[in-house]
Design a protein around this ligand. Structure first.
Ligand SMILES: Cc1cc2nc3c(=O)[nH]c(=O)nc-3n(C[C@H](O)[C@H](O)[C@H](O)COP(=O)(O)OP(=O)(O)OC[C@H]3O[C@@H](n4cnc5c(N)ncnc54)[C@H](O)[C@@H]3O)c2cc1C
Length: 637
């Protein structure tokens, strides 16, 4: 990490100096962004917005304090990548359980009353991400994000015990949203507080009140599916208790075992089937003893002696989705700029089996955060915010389609070779599907369609491994200035900046010309979009990867824009130029054209926006100019 830019400091560099301004007040009359709900979606958004110092943010939560246990626990590889950009990767990886392998158990062919292991697969395909799939309690995930918020310049903390009860929009006001909040806790419980906001983001879960105020409804399966979920400390002779295990018994049901952080805790998911009007009450009233008993029967002939249940719930969920994730279409059909957004479970719900709920919810927050920051800072036009619903709604639809298929397979009974006519799923088929579906469960299958923020694939062949519309798939490199082996993608923080990764051509001439253009041309988008007085890389962070071994590169020969002068002392940033790693050549790994090189444009949420030739300056401008306001710089006046 980089620090000391504006002077030597002796304090913890992970804590930002406090922002200037009024001390924290109860609830101001007006804020730029009001986030409703401090679940994973709301907290990812709240952890990102303080990166934009001029933007005022508040987050309200109806609960009296933070979540302490339970709910989701699977953290997909893609989410770990995002956490790393927040500076939280190491902490998460240190604490979490790593899902390295998954095992499959089914009825023993010779004794169908017992189970036996039938398959063992690597959990995630080699090379899909530099990070593993991990498991950690949602409450801990939320605590990491809360901690990051506390360390931000704004020292942001949720306002607990406040619930949104009403929301009105009046476009004639500078702060068009009038929000009524009700105190749910303490002496003032029941009192109403009014706050005005420029934007409201409803991260208020599956029963979202914000969603109701904008007239959206969750559509989809009428029936919910129920799972008995239990986090337990237990003694067992089942040998795969520290592996993720999908177990199908012949007649006692299905069980999913998820080992948890800390080495001893285990989560058990018992499938309770679809909820119908007839069985709803009995399912809801199910006691933990029944879950334990069912798990014991499924695990037969192995024993399970539960010593302590840390958390238990009957989690009931259907796969549902709203048509839009914003209020861009008014009740009378008029199209307008969106002011209210919904994210996470408020706009899509998933089964627990595919582990999508928390992960997709956090990616919603990541997608929206930088866009709100850019618009509120005046760097982009408000129309940028339309892309949030346009991008995230189809992604949620795709994941729900996958989730339906996957959970139906997991819930089906195993096929009996003696009675094939009885139907069911062949366990070999289930295992093969699990492997094929790996990219979805890892969260790396998301691909945004071409549009305002996603270029056409005309030059995709110049960098075939950086697929336009998908997340930037990092690879090892060596930083030239200090010979540090590192991942190229890890230099990028969740700070709202765009990245321009320039992979050098064979001669280096095209790279040099690009650097010269970006730094000096009156047409340079970097110059036009960067406000006066701001560091040269405050909007676009240019990084270059050269082809020569690092010892053959002379630092003094690098173009000036790869050694930018920054901060109040004009210190030199030495961390912009890289070469190939000796063992993993990024040009080979990501299919980069060695002769021509490539320019890979990456959005602040780590998605590849475009791949262009290094000399395609007109195309670069044509793509980026509509995204940015270019009247901020005197260079354009
Ligand atoms: C009880 C429960 C058990 C779950 N169990 C599992 C599981 O076992 N496995 C799994 O994969 N997933 C599980 N999930 C789903 C997973 O937790 C969600 O997919 C994920 O938390 C979605 O994140 P979110 O931020 O969108 O919403 P949530 O995590 O639901 O957060 C919404 C937040 O908004 C707050 N809120 C709601 N209304 C208001 C309001 N009007 N004003 C202010 N605040 C409000 C809520 O108190 C809550 O803190 C469970 C969810 C719940 C609710």
């Amino acid at each position: 990490m980089q620090f000391h830019l504006n002077g030597f400091r002796t304090d913890d560099p992970t804590i930002e100096p406090t922002a200037e301004g009024a001390p924290r007040v109860d609830m101001p009359d007006a804020v730029d962004v009001l986030i409703v709900g401090s679940g994973p979606a709301g907290l990812v958004l709240a952890a990102q917005l303080p990166q934009f110092p001029s933007v005022t943010t508040r987050i309200v939560e109806r609960r009296a304090g933070p979540l302490l246990m339970g709910q989701a626990d699977g953290v997909a590889c893609r989410t770990v990548e995002m956490f790393n950009a927040f500076g939280l990767g190491e902490r998460l990886l240190r604490e979490a359980y790593w899902v390295n392998e998954t095992v499959f158990w089914r009825p023993d062919a010779d004794n169908r009353g017992a189970i036996r292991r039938t398959g063992r697969v690597q959990d995630t395909e080699t090379g899909m991400s530099e990070f593993p799939h991990v498991i950690v309690n949602q409450a801990r995930i939320q605590e990491y994000l809360l901690d990051l918020m506390r360390r931000s310049a704004q020292r942001l903390e949720p306002d607990y015990g406040l619930e949104l009860v009403d929301l009105q929009r009046d476009d004639t006001n500078d702060y068009p949203l009038r929000v009524t909040l009700r105190r749910t806790d303490g002496a003032g419980a029941g009192e109403d507080v009014t706050v005005r906001a420029r934007y409201v983001v409803g991260c208020d879960g599956a029963r979202s009140r914000v969603r109701a105020t904008i007239g959206q409804t969750l559509n989809g399966d009428a029936a919910n599916h129920a799972w008995g979920v239990m986090d337990a400390l237990a003694v067992t002779d089942f040998p795969d208790i520290r592996l993720k295990a999908a177990i199908q018994s012949a007649s006692k049901g299905n069980l999913l075992i998820i080992p948890r952080e800390g080495g001893y805790l285990v989560r058990f998911y018992v499938d309770l089937g679809d909820v119908t009007p007839e069985n709803r009450d009995s399912i809801k009233q199910l006691k933990v003893e029944r879950i334990i008993e069912t798990a014991q029967k499924i695990l037969h002939p192995y024993s399970l002696d539960v010593k302590e249940v840390a958390w238990f719930s009957v989690y009931e969920v259907g796969q549902r989705l709203t048509d839009r994730f914003d209020d861009a279409i008014a009740a009378d059909g008029e199209v307008r700029e969106p002011r209210v957004f919904i994210a996470g479970d408020a706009c899509h719900t998933h089964s627990a089996k595919a582990g999508q709920g928390m992960n997709v919810s956090m990616q919603d927050g990541f997608n929206l955060g930088w866009k709100l920051g850019a618009v509120l800072q005046g760097r982009s036009d408000a129309s940028l915010l339309r892309t949030y619903s346009d991008e995230r709604q189809p992604v949620a639809q795709e994941l729900i389609d996958f989730d339906k298929e996957w959970s139906a397979m997991m819930a089906a009974p195993p096929k009996d070779p003696e009675r094939p006519e009885a139907g069911g799923v062949d366990p070999a088929e289930l295992q093969a599907y699990f492997v094929r579906a790996g990219r979805y469960t890892a969260g790396v299958a998301t691909r945004y369609r071409s549009g305002a923020l996603t270029g056409e694939a005309t030059y995709q062949s110049l960098a075939s491994g950086f697929t336009i519309g998908t997340r930037f798939h990092s690879s090892p490199v060596v930083r030239i200035a200090d010979a540090k082996p590192m991942h190229l993608g890890h230099a990028a923080r969740a700070d709202g900046r765009w990245r321009l990764y320039a992979f050098s051509d064979a001669s280096g001439n095209a790279l040099e010309a690009l650097c010269e253009h970006l730094a000096t041309s009156p047409e340079s988008i970097v110059r036009l979009a960067t406000p006066d007085g701001a560091d040269a890389d405050s909007v676009f962070d240019l990084r270059a990867v050269l082809q020569k071994p690092h010892r053959e590169v002379r630092l003094e020969d690098l173009p000036a824009s790869l050694l930018p002068r920054k901060g109040r002392y004009g210190l030199i940033d030495y961390e912009k130029a890289f070469t190939c790693d000796a063992s993993t050549d990024i040009f080979d790994e990501r299919g980069i054209d060695r002769e021509r090189g490539a320019l890979v444009v990456v959005r602040p949420d780590q998605y590849v926006a475009h791949v262009l030739p290094l000399d395609a300056l007109a195309e670069l401008n044509a793509f980026l100019r509509p995204i940015f306001r270019t009247d901020l710089s005197s260079r354009n006046r």
